[in-house]
Every structure is written in structure tokens, then in C-alpha cells.
Design a binder for this molecule. Sequence first.
Ligand code: TMP
Length: 210
Amino acid sequence: MNRSNPGLLVSFEGTEGSGKSTLIKGIHAHFKQRGYRVLATREPGGCPLGETLRTLVLSSSMHPKTELFLYEAARSEHFHQVILPALSTPTLVLCDRFTDSTLAYQSYARGLPWEEVNTLNNLASSVQPDLVVFLDIDPEKGLKRARNPNRFEAEGVEFQAQVRMGYLKARTENPERWFTLDDQHFRTLIPTLVQELWRRFGKALECMKI
Ligand code: TMP
């Protein structure tokens, strides 16, 4: 793969309760304990203004376009303050949600035009993930598992099913950049993903050892 940054950007995507955060913690611990430069961050959030915007966008319902712009504003700040500087050094950046969340939630599920959301994603962040890790679980199971209910979870299983369809559409646009983990990997998520990261990015990862 021809990459312009020494760092690697891996985003984690999925419907509510898919287990992204637990997987990120596990992958972060795995590389950290072995002496690699690794950063775990999240969207919306990941920096002071990003976290303020997160509280705002998750706290009350709003017009879908307002929602879109708040997510993109949070992304722009987080991308320029945190992700881009990290990628300019040999660092494994693990991001809980990124641009594909906006395609799945604001475009596919809320109905905003796909190409326009793509354009705003590219304006807010000039780098695409090197890998999108997609946790593909049954949206109904996920909702039952979700620990910190937010207003998207309150919209129920139909909404989550739409979000999942949005992810499947995004995956068809760049299948080679996606790695899907499903129920079949439930017990071996961390070793399966670690193996895939080494298979794809072995040389780049070697340079991340401190
Ligand atoms: P989280 O609960 O996984 O941390 O994500 C926060 C919520 O924000 C989740 O319901 C998904 C939603 N979201 C969007 O709707 N669009 C986006 O672009 C992002 C990053 C998150």
C-alpha cells in the first residue's frame, strides 16, 4: 500500500453496542505492552472542543443537517489537533468511529445525500483510514448490550438496521480497506485483528516500536 504518513489510521465502526470500545482497549493494551507507539481516540470527541461538541450533539434532537455539521465540526477539530499530528509520526492511531459513521448515520439512516456527506467528510479530514474495522453484529442484540444509552439508541432497532445498511453500502465503495468481524470471531476478536494488522501493515508497524 502506498501511504504518505509514517503513522497508520485504523477506524472502528459498528452499530450501537457492537463492542468497539472494548476491542479498542484490548488492541491498545496489546501494542502498548509490547512497546509500540499507539494512540486510542474517538469521534465525536478526542480533544477538548470535540468533547464539548459531543455533549452538544448527543444531548438533544436537532435538524439532521445541524447534526451533520456538528459531527463534521467535531471531526475537523479532532483531525487537525490530534489525528494528523499523530500520523506524522510512526504511531498506530485507533479511532472509535470516523467518516463512515457519518455516511451510515447522517446519510443512509437520516437520508442526507451520500455524495454531499462524502464531500464534507473529505473537507473535515484529508486522510482516509488505512483500515476500517467493522464490527457487524445483529442490531437488536447490540441495542440490548449497549451500556450508555444515547438518543440514537432510543430511536430503536429499525434505525440501527438502517445504520447497518449504510455501513454495508460504504464497504462496497472500498472493500479492500475494510475488515469485518462478526459473531464468528466473538471469542477471538483481539488475536484475529492483531494478526490482520501485521498481515497488512507489518513493515509500518515495525517502525512504531519505541
Ligand atoms: P459512540 O456512542 O459510539 O461513542 O458514538 C456516539 C454516537 O454518535 C453514536 O450514536 C453514533 C453517532 N455518530 C453519528 O451519528 N455520526 C458520526 O459521524 C459519528 C462520529 C457518530
